[in-house]
Design a binder for this molecule. Structure first.
Ligand code: SF4
Length: 76
């Protein structure tokens, strides 16, 4: 099974909520921050949240990647 890594440049998030609306199983708003993050993600030294997901379970994360207005969500 191929594992894909979702990354999100947290600082650039404008808190629009699109990722949460499109993909609520994987994304949540951060209380008091007006930003979103991947649920269960870990922040790396570069200030990006990272979450590993089976390729077959990526699903709506691709929609979030495409729809993010500031294009800070990437799947590799
Ligand atoms: S879609 Fe992008 S800018 Fe909007 S809340 Fe999600 S990560 Fe932040």
């Amino acid at each position: 099974m191929a594992v894909k890594k979702i990354t999100q440049k947290y600082e650039g998030c404008i808190g629009c909520g699109t990722c949460v609306a499109l993909c609520p199983k994987f994304w949540e708003m951060v209380e008091g921050e007006m930003k979103a993050r991947p649920i269960g993600g870990k922040m790396n030294e570069a200030g990006e949240y990272e979450l590993e997901v089976e390729e077959s379970e990526l699903g709506c994360n691709k929609d979030a990647e495409e729809a993010c207005p500031v294009q800070i969500i990437h799947i590799n």
